[in-house]
Write a protein that binds this ligand. Structure first.
Ligand SMILES: O=C(CO)[C@H](O)[C@H](O)COP(=O)(O)O
Length: 223
């Protein structure tokens, strides 16, 4: 059974009439957005702020009214997926390459709800390669600097020998293989100090609630 669907749909319970809602990116929050689309058709009055072009397209197809992030002071709630989450509610995000907009949207949300399946809840972050958004200019130099922090960074490409993956912000993504991230909060600051790094996929002190779906249909909510 689809654990992502259970988590994604459960999180929609946090969305109330009149709210402005951050809409994350990925295959788990897809289920939240699809359910919201159905509720909008039934009369729910919300405005969405998408975190990627992909989500913008999906929300438009579903008839969810959208506003730009710059037109609001805050969002009431944001629902988004993650690639890993630990018991401190620290996250790795960016597997889909949308980490910059996702972090910006989450940062002005009163409530940030993370939807994951149970395989992503881990004691220590780092088995999933950490996505870091970097500017294309001299990306090789930026990778060398990131490497000094103790990881193997690889430029993301779509398939072998194709051009680099380009984010919605026209940047590249470096996937950084740390294996174990001992101190996520410190690494978050270290990465963002590197010239050429735009943002990294560590989300620290941001998640308020984790909605964890299991294949047997159980959903655990942690706050
Ligand atoms: O950060 C993300 C996209 O940039 C996604 O939220 C993350 O990759 C999880 O995706 P999925 O729900 O498809 O497993």
């Amino acid at each position: 059974m689809n654990a992502k669907k259970f988590a994604g749909e459960k999180a929609v319970e946090y969305v109330k009439d009149g709210m402005t809602v951050g809409l994350g990116t990925g295959s788990t929050v897809y289920w939240s957005i699809t359910k919201l689309g159905n509720l909008v058709k039934e009369g729910l009055n919300i405005k969405g702020v998408p975190t990627s072009k992909e989500t913008e397209k999906l929300a438009k197809e579903l008839g969810i009214p959208l506003v730009s992030m710059s037109s609001v002071d805050h969002l009431d709630v944001t629902i988004d997926g993650a690639d890993e989450a630990n018991p401190n509610f620290e996250l790795i995000k960016g597997g889909g390459g949308a980490l910059l907009r996702e972090k910006m949207v989450a940062s002005i949300s009163k409530q940030f709800i993370v939807v994951i399946d149970e395989s992503k809840f881990v004691n220590q972050l780092g088995a999933f390669p950490l996505p870091v958004e970097i500017v294309p200019f001299s990306w090789e130099t930026t990778l060398k600097t990131i490497n000094k922090l103790g990881c193997t960074p690889k430029l993301r490409i779509k398939t072998d020998s194709s051009p680099p993956f380009v984010s919605d912000n026209e940047n590249y993504i470096a996937d950084c293989y740390f294996e174990n991230i001992e101190n996520p909060a410190e690494l978050n600051l270290q990465l963002n100090m590197i010239p050429g790094v735009v943002e990294n996929g560590l989300f620290i002190n941001m998640a308020d609630t984790i909605v964890l779906g299991k294949t047997n249909g159980d959903v655990t909510v942690m706050s």
